[in-house]
Design a binder for this molecule. Structure first.
Ligand code: THU
Length: 158
């Protein structure tokens, strides 16, 4: 038996102003996207913005439903539309933020496991890593690929 250890690296910026401008613009798109959230049941509004390899930005927000599991996270709303709209492009980056019922940015909100699985599939499909930008009013974290957020991903595409 051997005990193994994993470590991950990510970038932490102390303000969105420090970000490379392409990341900052995507984060701003995600913040605007949260305006479109339909969060009747949780009052937790999430915005996501996806930048495709052709430079197009696709936004999404969480869409809830009285039958709770029928709702969808902001990330998957954006990613599924991005893939449907630009099936031949790859995802360069995704930015995610959440705001509370008063429109105030919350602490860092990381993509849920189901969204990470979907992100990982688009990475595998495109054969390239996806930059994941997770923002709050203060700190912004940047992960250079989904494997940093979800190692040992399920992959039956091989
Ligand atoms: N939610 C997202 O849209 N993205 C996340 O990364 C976490 C959670 C949504 C789902 C639900 O509408 C609300 O936030 C509360 O969980």
């Amino acid at each position: 038996m051997i005990e193994r250890e994993l470590s991950i690296k990510y970038l932490e910026y102390f303000s969105a102003l420090e970000l490379p401008s392409s990341d900052r613009k995507l984060l701003e798109s995600a913040i605007r996207a949260a305006d479109g959230a339909y969060a009747k049941y949780s009052s937790f509004r999430v915005g996501a913005a996806v930048r495709m390899s052709n430079g197009e930005v696709v936004i999404g927000s969480n869409q809830e439903n009285a039958a709770y599991p029928s709702g969808l996270c902001a990330e998957r709303t954006a990613l599924f539309y991005a893939s449907a709209r630009y099936p031949d492009e790859s995802v360069e980056a995704i930015a995610v933020v959440a705001v509370d019922d008063n429109g105030v940015l919350t602490e860092l909100t990381y993509p849920c496991g189901a969204c990470r699985q979907v992100m990982a599939e688009y990475e595998m499909r495109a054969g390239r890593d996806m930059r994941v930008i997770v923002g709050s009013a203060g700190v912004v974290q940047v992960f250079t690929g989904v494997k940093s957020l979800m190692p040992f991903i399920f992959d039956n595409l091989a």
